[in-house]
Design a binder for this molecule. Structure first.
Ligand code: CA
Length: 220
């Protein structure tokens, strides 16, 4: 899931982005309204977290730009918890707002709630396993499975096209970390092993294709 974080204060945006990434979401930070508009025009986002007070404009206009571009979920981050700015944020199309200072965990659960409300795409179900890309939740027998960002990205890729054989090189590229550092071949083997273990009896769906790579088996 792609999230645009529009926030000029690094003290807020950096730790928040780190937390959201550990949830398996892909985050882009825009410190100004101009940068946000540029990114909104260039790619599609599933959600936007928007600070109202930006150095070159207001979060309201960014909110309108997000609304005009697609159906991303919008949460406004505001130091102004007065009724007027909240009402206006909701009128501009925001789904919810969070007053500063907030706890990052609280924001994550608000975001999940908004995505649920918006009636996201139904989650993919494979036996006892459910993979919900919109809320970045994976459950086994109804209980959450804690995956690292790499394990989650690998899982999403595999289930996105069941039966397709992925070459190791393709998977390694997809697992590049956020800083652009190359992931070693051995890391892929280890990531697959851990993912299989965490998926319990559904782990056997990650099938090794000898000499090539892996594929996802969607039939029991
Ligand atoms: Ca600000």
């Amino acid at each position: 899931m792609n999230v645009l974080l529009v926030e000029d204060e690094e003290a807020i945006s950096r730790p928040l982005a780190t937390l959201l990434r550990t949830e398996g979401w892909s985050i882009e930070i825009a410190p100004t309204a101009a940068r946000a508009r540029e990114r909104i025009g260039a790619c599609s986002f599933d959600a936007a977290l928007i600070d109202l007070g930006l150095p070159d404009g207001s979060g309201y206009e960014v909110c309108r730009a997000v609304r005009a571009a697609g159906d991303a979920a919008v949460i406004i981050l505001t130091a102004r918890s007065d009724e007027d700015s909240v009402v206006r944020a909701l009128e501009e199309g925001a789904d919810d707002y969070v007053a500063k200072p907030f706890r990052a965990r609280e924001l994550v659960s608000r975001l999940r709630a908004v995505l649920r409300r918006r009636g996201a795409k139904p989650a993919a179900v494979f036996g006892a396993l459910t993979v919900d890309a919109r809320s970045a939740q994976v459950t086994l027998d109804g209980a959450p499975v804690q995956l690292t960002a790499q394990e989650y990205r690998l899982l999403l890729l595999l289930v996105s096209q069941a039966g397709r054989v992925w070459e190791r090189g393709q998977l390694l590229q997809a697992l590049w970390d956020e800083g652009g550092a190359f992931v070693e071949d051995n890391t892929l083997t280890v990531t697959v092993k851990r993912l299989r273990e965490k998926l319990g009896r559904e782990g056997a769906r990650v099938v090794t294709v000898r000499g090539i790579g892996y594929r996802w088996e969607d039939k029991p």
